[in-house]
Design a protein around this ligand. Structure first.
Ligand code: GUN
Ligand code: ZN
Length: 487
């Protein structure tokens, strides 16, 4: 078990956790704002006001800037930034990926991170971009893994991150995660995913997160490197990411971009501010757009931070309430590519189901993807344990005459068949659904009903239903049961 990360609540693969660092305990999920030590748009000490618990900065930039390097070595990183909470430092791998080389080696940067008092250090991993040849991804991964192992002997008491690379090769991601976990790190960042997010490849991102998680154990704290747009946080948390970091709040602000959970707006095109944060209640869109560049950037960065941490708080509340899936389904309707991400997530529902909690508040049907939720799969998986012999009735109405039947079952979209005793329990009994399902949910429900009946050849089934059941569906059911129309 991890000795620095503790899980206190769960929903889907998402969790509320506590990360113990030398400078205090951080409640996850959370976003670490990225601090550029040369460009302090918002003073690190002020960031707590917006909801930040922990920061991330770049040790390589500090190392390369003589003034910063001396100050950090003499007074420590926390004094340099004026922040007394936990600070993670990145290693210069990003510079390596942009410029092709860096002026320090792995032991050098890890020792430097240790010496300046970083809470969590990162080795000099190689961020292999998406879609490179397999051989390159394999080779760079081996280098990264060797550097990670090497970093352990230079880390001292500093917590150490073990980046998971492997480009877009899911077998490599899974292997990278497994080997990193076996070596043992305190945090596991999933690397080189920024290009995927920049090009809205959320389905590919889902693949990478899930396959990396498959190689890790659930007790591993997972960091999604470079992710921090509020639109995608709920999805990533639901897949088991605990930490995020983002320079986007500041980079977007410089470009005049205003972040929301529904996407990004350009401040110059906004006439109204769809947000209730202190910035947006005190200023008009026009006042922000027409302010001098420094003021505009500052105000947008503040709003972007408020919007990001408001979403983090909502995600945490959703985990406590057990309705994270509903939040993810809503958020994934912000952009068609997010919807692709949601659909890809549902392809993994049989895997997610293993981690999902047993009881939640109310299951809301919010669209065809809801029919593929882990809860629906779990319901049908648990039903397989039920033996049925003799005469069995499956009915859509509570007032059906049940005389002469050995078993009576209800049937409800999108779950399929359920024993009457589950009428008051989650999810079947605690669900809000609609009556006019589309074809996707209908076919999935029909599939559950048919397999329930087919897997019990020792019983004789009667299917009693109301008008809602289409004749084409009843034709299918009639092949395995006697159909009785209650109208
Ligand atoms: N920042 C964004 N992606 C990465 C990555 O893959 N590795 C490191 N070290 N930093 C990153
Ligand atoms: Zn705002």
């Amino acid at each position: 078990m991890s000795d620095v990360f503790e899980i206190v609540d769960k929903d889907l693969m998402g969790r509320i956790g506590r990360l113990y660092t030398p400078h205090g305990v951080v409640e996850t999920p959370t976003v670490m704002p990225v601090i550029n030590p040369n460009l302090r748009l918002i003073e690190p000490a002020e960031l707590k006001k917006y909801g930040a618990q922990m920061l991330i900065t770049n040790s390589y930039i500090i190392y390369r800037t003589e003034r910063l390097k001396q100050a950090a070595l003499e007074g420590g990183l926390h004094k340099l930034l004026g922040f007394d909470g936990p600070i993670m430092t990145d290693s210069g791998s990003f510079q390596l990926s942009v410029y092709g080389s860096v002026e320090i080696d792995n032991p050098g940067i890890v020792s430097f991170e240790r010496d300046i008092g970083t809470d969590i250090g990162v080795p000099l991993d190689i961020p292999t971009p998406p879609d490179v040849p397999y051989g390159q991804a394999r080779e760079e991964l081996e280098t990264t893994l060797a550097r990670m192992a090497e970093a352990k002997s230079y880390a001292g008491k500093m917590l150490l991150a073990g980046p998971v690379q492997g480009s877009t090769f899911l077998d490599l991601r899974e292997e990278a995660a497994r080997r990193a976990y076996e070596t043992g790190f305190d945090v596991y960042p999933l690397g080189a995913v920024v290009p995927l997010m920049e090009s809205y490849r959320y389905a590919d991102l889902v693949d990478i997160i899930v396959h990396s998680k498959m190689g890790l154990r659930p007790d591993a704290a997972v960091h999604l490197f470079g992710a921090g747009h509020p639109m995608m946080l709920a999805l990533a948390v639901a897949l088991g990411c605990d930490l995020f970091d983002s320079a986007a709040y500041a980079l977007y602000a410089k470009d005049g971009r205003y972040m929301t959970v529904d996407g990004t707006y350009h401040i110059g095109r906004l006439q109204h501010l769809p947000c209730a944060c202190p910035v947006c209640t005190a200023h008009s869109a026009r006042a922000i757009a027409e302010a001098d560049e420094t003021t505009r950037t500052r105000l947008l960065a503040e709003h972007n931070l408020y919007a990001t941490f408001a979403e983090i708080r909502l995600i945490k509340q959703s985990i406590l309430d057990g309705d994270l899936m509903e939040l993810v389904e809503r958020r994934c309707r912000a952009h068609p590519r997010m919807l692709s991400g949601l659909k890809r997530m549902m392809d993994y529902a049989p895997y997610i189901e293993k981690f999902d909690r047993a009881s939640k508040s109310t299951f809301f049907y919010l669209g065809p993807e809801s029919a593929r939720r882990p809860e629906v799969l779990r319901h049908n998986r648990l039903l397989q344990n039920l033996t049925v012999t003799g005469n069995a009735l499956i009915t859509t109405r509570k007032d059906t005459d049940t005389a002469g039947f050995d078993h009576v079952f209800g049937v409800r979209m999108p779950f399929g068949v359920f024993p009457e005793e589950l009428n008051e329990t989650y999810p079947v009994g605690h669900s809000e659904t609609i009556s006019d399902f589309g074809p996707e949910a209908r076919d999935l429900t029909l599939g559950h009903v048919l397999s329930f009946i087919r897997s019990r050849p020792g019983a004789a089934f009667t299917f009693a239903c109301d008008r809602k059941w289409e004749s084409s569906v009843l034709e299918e059911i009639a092949k395995v049961a006697q159909v009785k129309k209650l109208y």
